[in-house]
Design a protein around this ligand. Structure first.
Ligand code: ATP
Length: 313
């Protein structure tokens, strides 16, 4: 658990992070969104003390982060940034092994970890282990950057626009991979992003920053339904709101008995996926199947449209 209490950072007397308090529960993802210069990166970097707070306290699992040496603190916290920050003169394997080496792991354990992470990121270890960063595509470098951040199996992972430079297809894949990893290792993640879509997709909770202040910190559905200020509402984008709202929920609860024609949709799809498919194929109902392909029932346009309306406050 990360507890942030009245955290302030001032530069030349001006607060760029201003009395922010928030708690990130274990095994959850907190997404920090906000306009450029709102203090997102500064807030993130105070968690691993790359930036020292001017005031306030951060506790990790109950322990004040000021009470341990900064390098020790950072060893236990993964950190991935846009542009990946790989060491150019070290191979992919050496990059990924950075923190395990510092932590004194033996060679066999390090090699196994490097290969496990490369495989997880669908980079064939044989082909990629000994390459240098300049021999990789941007997307591959990005994945190695995240793999490096995860190598020492940190309980906490800080990510600053980690997918910013990726094309939409690779980006969606990287987001899904992150969620898989998060579920598998139970990592607590704080992620800075410009992209509300990404925050809604990944965040268990979303922190909205403006001018150094935390305007709202809540679950995505709550932020969409009840934005705390006009600024939060603008950031959500009113035109996309119903679709974003639909994208938050799985189909299961709107599946009804009955048959429908055509290609079925898996129940793991979101309501937004279902509505898109219904609209695009000009149908009024779609069959829904479970993970094994067995029929569960159908979902109708009407049921989905009802779900897209703003929930009662
Ligand atoms: N070392 C520093 N010295 C002085 N001012 C700084 C320093 N670092 C950041 N700032 C200022 O603090 C403010 C917040 O910066 P920060 O990088 O946290 O914003 P951000 O929300 O992450 O922005 P972006 O989305 O553009 O990355 C900015 O106005 C920035 O100019």
């Amino acid at each position: 658990m990360i507890e942030i209490e009245s955290l302030t950072k001032r530069y030349a007397g001006t607060p760029v992070v201003d009395a922010v308090s928030m708690t990130v529960d274990p095994h959850t993802i907190a997404a920090i969104v906000g306009t450029s210069g709102s203090g997102k990166t500064t807030l993130l970097r105070m968690i691993n003390r790359l930036v020292e707070p001017s005031e306030g306290v951060i506790r990790i699992d109950g322990k004040d982060t000021r009470e341990m040496p900064a390098h020790e603190l950072r060893r236990g916290i993964g950190y991935a940034i846009q542009g990946h920050g790989l060491f150019p003169h070290r191979t992919v394997a050496q990059n990924i092994a950075t923190v395990p080496v510092l932590s004194g792991w033996d060679k066999a354990r390090i090699d196994a970890k490097v290969d496990e992470l490369l495989e997880l990121y669908q980079l064939d270890p044989q082909a990629f282990r000994d390459r240098y960063p300049h021999e990789l595509s941007g997307g591959q470098q990005q994945r190695v950057g995240v793999a490096r951040a995860l190598a020492a199996e940190p309980n906490i992972l800080l990510m600053d626009e980690p997918f910013g430079a990726l094309d939409p297809v690779i980006r969606a894949k990287a987001q899904d991979d992150l969620m898989t990893i998060q579920q598998r290792f139970g990592t607590t993640i704080v992620l800075v992003t410009h992209d509300m879509e990404e925050a809604i997709h990944l965040g268990d909770r979303i922190a909205v920053m403006d001018g150094g202040k935390l305007l709202q910190y809540a679950e995505p559905a709550e932020i969409l339904a009840n934005p705390a200020t006009d600024f939060v509402e603008t950031l959500i984008g009113s035109a996309d709101r119903p679709f974003r709202y639909l994208s938050l929920s799985a189909l299961e609860a709107v599946v009804e008995d009955g048959a429908a024609e055509g290609e079925p949709l898996p129940v793991s799809a979101t309501r937004r996926d279902a509505l898109a498919e219904l609209l695009w194929s000009g149908r009024n109902a779609l069959p829904v199947v479970d993970a094994a392909g067995a029929p569960l029932g159908r979902v109708t346009r009407e049921a989905l449209l009802e779900q897209a309306a703003r929930p009662a406050a």
